[in-house]
Design a binder for this molecule. Structure first.
Ligand code: PMP
Length: 366
């Protein structure tokens, strides 16, 4: 014990004041505002429940688990199945408690302490939050006017700062668009650092960088089950070269994928036909909602390759509140800058989308 502390009364305040990491003091927790609305289109989840036969199989399989035992630390069977489905070698697959956890592992392994992390903005906030918590310097070049990568600033950053990790969410959240493939390729070729293509929403777009991981040593791809029907399982996937996966695995917490998730994920992926059907339906509905938004005066939707749409109105806060009054919850991104007066709506079931469009007309007095 430090002698100067011996006689002092220890309080929560005193320990926070004297010992809390300055990196953490300045952060704000990732927060999801809670509102009880029956139409919930704020979380980029899938609106579809499990088909009853698959739900029954999940119940049966999970009831057989020995909950007194730790999970398989390597999630061997699940990784083998993901390898079979993706055609990617199992040795290069790392699973995370959501891709959120994988973001933390990548920053820890490649940029923790003094590293530099690039995340073109606006984008998903966890790159910044994980980076700051782990002591990295965060560089946030602005996306261009179409929310695509601004190659002028990306080239300059790579040249001048030589970043350790570049996070590219494609399709991006909250803007919805996939970045141009040739721009992503140029970045992979220019930088000596790690390029993480976060394909959380790739199932709703035509883009797929997975095959390139084998040929481009500094490219890794992240995917997740959260957007395609299984957010509750918290299962993210990293696809990386074997050497990279080996190193990242050292900073993975033991038993990070619990037994219930390992078992349920195996069952749903074994019965995966229904997942592709739901994705098709969501893409059709996204196009329908986009057309309807385009026709509303005072509403500017941005093109989307994901399962949600970002749109601008003249007074986002009042529209957001007006929707809640009409029992519809979406996400308010209104803040000064590029997202001023922007709202984001997740694509729901046809009925939920109709309810949202009607509520929006009401909130806009159309
Ligand atoms: N990446 C992006 C771009 C996201 O939007 C999200 C979820 N909001 C995540 C990663 C995290 O997904 P998961 O649920 O797998 O942690």
């Amino acid at each position: 014990m430090n002698s100067r502390d011996k006689d002092r009364k220890k309080t929560v305040e005193s320990v926070l004041e004297s010992r809390l990491s300055g990196r953490v003091r300045g952060l704000s927790a990732y927060s999801v505002p809670h509102h009880d609305c029956s139409v919930k289109l704020d979380g980029n989840e899938s609106p579809f429940p499990l088909p009853p036969d698959v739900a029954a199989k999940v119940a049966e399989e999970t009831s057989r688990l020995e909950l007194n035992r730790y999970p398989d630390p390597e999630a061997h069977d699940l990784r083998a199945l993901i390898s079979e489905i993706s055609g990617f070698p199992q040795e290069g697959i790392i699973l995370g408690n959501g891709s959120d956890e994988i973001i933390g592992m990548l920053v820890t392994a490649f940029a923790g302490g003094t590293g530099k992390v690039v995340c073109p903005a606006p984008t998903f906030s966890m790159y910044r939050l994980s980076g700051l918590a782990l002591g990295a310097t965060i560089l946030e070049p602005e996306l261009d006017e179409k929310f695509d990568l601004d190659m002028g600033s990306m080239r300059a950053l790579i040249e001048e700062k030589d970043p350790d990790i570049i996070f590219l969410a494609s399709p991006n959240n909250p803007t919805g668009n996939a970045y141009s493939e040739d721009r992503i390729m140029e970045i992979i070729e220019l930088t000596g650092g790690l390029v993480v293509v976060d394909e959380a929403y790739a199932d709703f777009s035509g883009q797929n960088f997975l095959p390139l991981v084998k040929t481009h040593g500094n490219l890794v791809v992240m995917r997740t089950l959260s957007k395609i029907g299984f957010a509750a399982l918290r299962l993210g996937m990293l696809f990386a070269g074997e050497g990279i996966a080996h190193e990242v695995n050292k900073v993975r917490y033991p038993y990070n994928i619990n037994s219930l998730s390992q078992s349920a994920a195996r069952v749903v992926l074994e019965s995966r036909e229904f997942i592709a059907e739901n994705i098709q339906l969501i893409v059709r509905e996204r196009k329908r909602v986009f057309s309807a938004l385009s026709e509303m005066p005072g509403v500017e939707p941005f093109p989307s390759d994901a399962n949600f749409i970002l749109f601008r109105v003249t007074d986002a806060n009042s529209v957001f509140e007006g929707l809640i009054e009409r029992d519809v919850l979406i996400r308010n991104f209104n803040r000064p800058g590029r997202l001023e007066n922007c709202l984001r709506v997740t694509t729901g079931t046809p009925g939920e989308n109709d309810a949202f469009l009607a509520a929006l007309r009401g909130a806009l007095s159309l």
